[in-house]
Design a protein around this ligand. Structure first.
Ligand code: GLY
Length: 370
């Protein structure tokens, strides 16, 4: 059942190992990377309680010693104070230039630990062990690392590729259903942006992925990672094609800002709603058929996911205010909003040529039914 996806980036290439029970075998994969049998692990307090001892056992079995720092769980950790604490801790643990840092956790830990590894002693290698579905299919692969600034999310960071990613699909069993489905929003995104057959497969097998069928989970993670790896290999630093990975994200970032980056809307929930809105906009611009947005929404609905603005609890600002929030997105280029639109399911493309009126009308109609 175990799969390997290779991320082809020349001398920065690496493998993503995907399958059940990888934590307890982690030492076998990490050992060849080490100059000495010792690693420093950054994790969060929740993940530490659930998975740190399994990782320790997996490393010890290969003769590797482990020290760990558990930071508080949650987005607030992706900030200067916790970053400083992590870097100072790594220095106190005498992590050297040839050592390896391990990130055990979701997107927050992976992004922070990757950035710490990028700057520690001008760059040490790191291994991602993502423990959430979102981190397995998105943030652990591709080398975007960083923290949030008071002025916005992910504004401070570096491209720093991991040396290995271990995506243990067994650990997904400890996620809440809401968090799991939030990560599934990013899985759906891959089918919608570039692989209609994968979207067909998700329509048929999404319920098995959600209910814990391991073979279905491994396939969903593998196909997602394969697609991300292909795009990152073509455009590592997002000069062009990598922006396709932001399907649904322009709407999502406005909705996240409007809901104060709170529990009202998780990132993957915003991505799912954003994908539905991006297809609605594409259909209204005559780019794809009217059936496509209906099909996207039907699948999200069938999975029990947030699909429409009405599914976000509490008040939302008006359409104009939401468009203004889009303008603050860091992916704005020369003041032009960049959208990922689609000519059909699996056929997304990047464009800055979207009339503001069309965006306003999609949002006004979506708000009217909310
Ligand atoms: N999460 C989008 C990217 O890695 O480019």
């Amino acid at each position: 059942m175990h799969q390997t996806v290779h991320v082809d980036l020349g001398d920065r290439s690496y493998d993503v190992e995907i399958g059940p029970d990888l934590l307890t075998r982690a030492g076998g994969w990490i050992s060849p990377l080490l100059a000495r049998p010792k690693v420093a692990v950054l994790t969060d307090e929740n993940v530490a309680g659930l998975h740190l001892e399994a990782l320790r056992a997996g490393l010890n079995a290969a003769g590797i010693e482990m020290t760990a720092l558990a930071l508080p769980a949650g987005e607030a950790t992706k900030s200067w104070p916790h970053f400083e604490r992590a870097v100072e801790w790594l220095l106190a643990e005498k992590v050297e230039r040839r050592d390896v840092v391990v990130a055990l956790g979701g997107g927050v830990i992976g992004d922070l630990a990757g950035f710490a590894a990028a700057v520690l002693r001008r760059g040490v290698r790191f291994v991602q062990i993502p423990t959430s579905l979102l981190a397995q299919v998105d943030s652990s692969v591709g080398g975007k690392t960083g923290i949030n600034a008071p002025l916005g999310k992910n504004l401070i960071g570096a491209f720093h590729q991991p040396s290995l990613v271990l995506a243990d699909t067994s650990v997904l069993g400890t996620m809440t259903q809401r968090d799991f489905l939030s990560g599934y929003g990013e899985v759906v995104k891959y089918g919608l942006l570039g692989d209609a057959k994968f979207f067909d497969w998700l329509e048929a097998h999404g319920p098995s992925v959600s209910s814990g069928d391991m073979a279905a989970r491994v396939h969903a993670v593998t196909r997602s990672v394969q697609m991300k790896a292909d795009i990152v290999a073509r455009d590592e630093t997002e000069q062009g094609d990598r922006a396709l990975l932001n399907l649904g994200h322009t709407f999502c970032h406005a909705l996240e800002a409007a809901t104060g980056y709170s529990d009202r809307l998780l990132h993957g929930e915003g991505v799912a709603i954003g994908c539905a809105l991006a297809f609605e906009l594409s259909s209204r611009l005559g780019l794809c058929s009217q059936e496509d947005p209906s099909r996207v929404r039907a699948h999200l609905r069938a999975m029990g996911m947030k699909t429409d603005l009405a599914d976000i609890p509490g008040e939302l600002p008006g359409a104009e205010a939401l468009v203004d929030l889009m303008g603050q997105d860091k992916k704005v280029v020369d003041g032009q909003l960049r959208f990922i639109l689609a000519r059909g399911i699996g056929e997304a493309f990047v464009t800055s040529d979207v009339p503001k009126d069309a965006v306003l009308s999609v949002l006004s109609d979506a708000l009217a039914t909310a």
